[in-house]
Ligand binder design. Structure first.
Ligand code: SF4
Length: 354
């Protein structure tokens, strides 16, 4: 079991739920734009976000952003220890640094001291591209062993200045290397682990790599907080992270959507229908499993574990609940009616659990 770290009131590690993180891609000094994006991330289900703090302007903006953000804000720092100190003074909920490139032990101590004084944890962020050249040569290339060693060396730098409120990340763009490295790290220490595949790519490629890398580790019980890293709108990172957690039953609440792959029996435009229904119900707050199936013959049977479903027939649809057919819906109004039925069932279920 990992130890617990408090990130602005959100607890990481120690068996707490796996927290979803993302990172703003706005200019931090654009306070309005950054706060708008944080609001969208929060609505999508993000627990913690991160903003870059490369200069004084960004550090100053952080003050307002932290005050107005509905979720904890982490300051991402590269090289400049003064920005880490400014971010801590301006209320960052966590600081992300690589202790090895912040300017030496004295400067690191100044960062650690102010963080300690204010109860701000530090994420030791090591990437495959930033590990010590000597370590790369010693092991004949980048591998799980030297990635882990590099991260532990960085952690030791903080421990040497009497700081242990630490979260660790050791990311690579290779899901395989990510898995191997975090497996080693989870055996080597009990600090909470921030898991992700870095530079995973665009939506299509990145979601697959992240699902493999993050999903494998979570299935093994490794990982306390996750970030899906995508080239695109960070809100998509949050949706992808939620899908990974749902696939592993690591989160409850929200819609779990299931649809069949279609086959020769399909007589309705299922792909369009499934996409439309999914987009209309995906933000419903109800804890429901919803199926949209292509045929009335196998659909209800194949979706027995769903709470509610729709199965396509010839010029009509069947509405079913828990595998039992309830009634027929006319093709022209089936989508609208079905969305309303999902809402009704969700409301009923919510009332029943009050
Ligand atoms: S539910 Fe029906 S249409 Fe969909 S894959 Fe199964 S048999 Fe084919």
């Amino acid at each position: 079991m990992t130890r617990v770290v408090n990130v602005g009131g959100v607890l990481l590690g120690g068996g707490n739920p796996v927290r979803i993180q993302s990172m703003n891609n706005t200019k931090t000094q654009d306070i309005k734009g950054t706060l708008e994006q944080i609001a969208r991330l929060h609505d999508a289900g993000c627990d913690i976000t991160r903003v870059t703090v490369p200069n004084q302007e960004a550090a100053d903006a952080l003050k307002t952003i932290v005050k107005q953000s509905p979720i904890p804000v982490v300051a991402d720092i590269h090289f400049d220890y003064r920005m880490a100190i400014e971010a801590a003074k301006n209320g960052a909920s966590k600081i992300r640094i690589n202790p090895g490139n912040i300017g030496g032990p004295e400067k690191l101590k100044q960062v650690a001291d102010i963080c300690k004084e204010r109860g701000i944890p530090i994420r030791v962020g090591v990437n495959s591209g930033s590990i010590d050249r000597k370590l790369v040569e010693e092991y004949g290339g980048v591998c799980a062993e030297n990635m882990t060693k590099s991260a532990l060396d960085a952690v030791k730098l903080l421990e040497d200045v009497d700081f242990d409120d630490i979260v660790i990340s050791i990311k690579s763009s290779s899901p395989k290397l990510t898995i191997e490295t975090y497996r080693l790290m989870s055996k080597a220490c009990d600090y909470p682990l921030h898991v992700g595949v870095t530079e995973a790519g665009t939506l299509k490629e990145g979601v697959v790599k992240s699902a493999v890398g993050i999903g494998t580790l979570l299935a093994e019980g490794i990982g306390d907080t996750i970030r899906v890293s995508l080239t695109g709108d960070p809100v998509d990172e949050v949706y992808a992270a939620k899908s990974i957690l749902k696939a592993l039953d690591l989160t409850t609440g929200g819609i779990t959507f299931v649809s069949c792959p279609t086959c020769g029996r399909t007589e309705v435009p299922l792909i369009e229908i499934a996409n439309e229904i999914e987009s209309r119900i995906s933000k419903f707050p109800y804890d429901l499993k919803v199926s949209v199936m292509g045929c009335a013959v196998n659909g209800p049977g194949e979706a027995k574990e769903s709470d509610i479903g729709l199965a396509g027939g010839k010029d009509e649809f069947l509405l079913f609940e828990k595998g039992q057919i309830i009634r027929k819906l006319k093709a022209e109004t089936a989508v609208d009616e079905f969305v309303e039925e999902v809402r009704r069932l969700g409301e009923e279920k919510s009332q029943a659990t009050l």
